[in-house]
Design a protein around this ligand. Structure first.
Ligand code: NZQ
Ligand code: ZN
Length: 385
């Protein structure tokens, strides 16, 4: 196992009816900004419940944080917090709202140009406002991690940042808040969480059986529950387990002490930035081709994944690896998430600009061996058509 430091200070308040506990979780004299996305949180009553729980506290709102939150929109929230001297942020929504809130928290008292936060991937963050979250979409793990992704619309740059200063103080996970999610977002959430696990598990053996078996357990749970979550949207137990799996998939636990990949994500971010596809759609496109391209370097773990996650134990090693990749693609398709660029009306003309953006953003040595260069990324994209 590799050396590691594990730190996760986020308090998770899990279960039906727990939004009311905001009254306990937020200081009585806090000046609160509630941040949210479009109108889903208002329509399904979550926002009203949040407002009621905050009682007499001084509260303002900032709505309109878009999926794949933009720097341009978030800077308006930063201005509001500064002008109104607000001191606590509360994200109500999915990964985009929580990521956006993390950025606002770090940007409000940032001494330079806040875009630097993204250009340095968070290294220049020295302080952040405290914030909490009420999660409405199980997918990203943002509710219990220290990362975020923000897009600058003007330059089509979608950049990740992380800092120990942007863990949420708390996150409320009420599975009933996911009942109103459209099937597309549930499917996206399953795919995103699945690929988060794969990015931390499917690398090379590191003598870390606990992390491996945690990861395999989470993958098997997603394979079991994903389809049921779509068929039976108001099944509390299914939604509860899905929510907790997605959180555990990216809260640092399974990634501690093991090599990590993330090449699929970095290429996926460029596809979203250029063409607006949902985050999970880009992962479903890139991952099968990525595994195929790197089947040599990932051989031992691919065989383990084939056997333990997909039960593929028949045939020779190449056949078992083939089976694992096919089953992965079929799983995404079975959820309704298409796995080819052409399914989204994108052809080979899109590949070169994506490769150029990878270069512009310094994404030239990706993967657990840092050997996914631009040529490799190009081949992966060509195989994704
Ligand atoms: O905007 P509203 O009206 O709220 O609608 C949202 C949005 O259209 C809707 N929605 C959310 N909760 C709902 C609901 N609709 C009905 N009922 C509910 N309960 O769902 C749509 C998508 O929301 P979004 O927050 O964009 O989805 P997700 O949670 O998948 O977040 C995606 C973003 O997270 C980033 C992605 O890159 C992307 O920008 N990621 C963040 C990570 C992290 N912080 O660690 C890791 C991930 O790899 C990912 O990159
Ligand atoms: Zn993701």
């Amino acid at each position: 196992m590799q050396n590691f430091e594990f730190y996760n200070p986020t308090r998770i308040v899990f279960g039906e009816g727990r939004v009311a506990e905001l009254n306990r979780l937020v200081l009585a004299d806090a000046r609160v900004l509630i941040l949210f996305g479009g109108d889903s949180a208002r329509r399904n009553g979550t926002l009203a419940e949040v407002e009621a729980a905050l009682g007499d506290r001084y509260v303002q709102h900032f709505g309109g944080i878009e999926p794949n939150p933009s720097y341009e929109t978030l800077m308006r929230a930063v201005e509001q917090v500064r002008a109104e001297k607000l001191d606590f942020l509360l994200a109500v929504g999915g990964g985009s709202v929580i990521d956006g809130t993390k950025f606002v928290a770090a940007a409000v008292n940032y001494s330079g140009d806040p875009w630097d936060i993204l250009e340095t991937h968070g290294q220049t963050i020295t302080q952040a406002l405290p914030f909490g979250a009420v999660l409405t979409l199980p997918a990203t793990g943002s509710e219990m991690n220290n990362g975020g992704v923000v897009t600058r619309k003007a330059t089509k740059a979608k950049l990740p940042f992380r800092s120990a200063l942007v863990f949420p103080r708390f996150s409320i996970l009420d599975p009933t808040k996911t009942y109103t999610l459209p099937p597309r977002q549930i499917a996206n959430g399953v795919v995103d969480a699945f690929v988060h696990i794969v990015e931390q598990y499917l690398t090379y053996p590191a003598n870390a059986p606990v992390q491996d078996r945690f990861a395999e357990g989470l993958l098997l749970t997603l394979i079991e529950l994903g389809p049921v979550a779509l068929q039976d949207p108001k099944n509390y137990d299914v939604r509860a387990n899905l929510m907790w799996v997605a959180t555990l998939a990216l809260n640092g636990l399974i990634g501690a002490g093991v090599p990590q990949d993330w090449a699929t994500h970095m290429i996926g971010h460029e596809i979203t930035a250029q063409h607006g596809l949902d985050h999970a759609q880009t992962l479903a496109i890139v991952l099968p081709a990525m595994l195929q391209e790197r089947r040599g370097a990932k051989r031992d773990k691919l065989l383990q994944y084939a056997a333990r996650v997909w039960g593929a134990t028949q045939g020779d090693e190449e056949q078992r690896i083939d089976a694992a990749i096919v089953r992965t693609r079929d799983f995404f398709e079975s959820l309704g998430v298409k796995t080819r660029l052409s399914d989204y009306q994108l052809n080979n003309a899109v590949i070169e600009p994506i490769v150029q953006q990878l270069e512009a953003h310094g994404m030239t040595r990706l993967g657990e061996h840092r050997d996914v260069d631009l040529q490799t990324s190009r081949r992966v994209l060509e195989a994704s058509l």
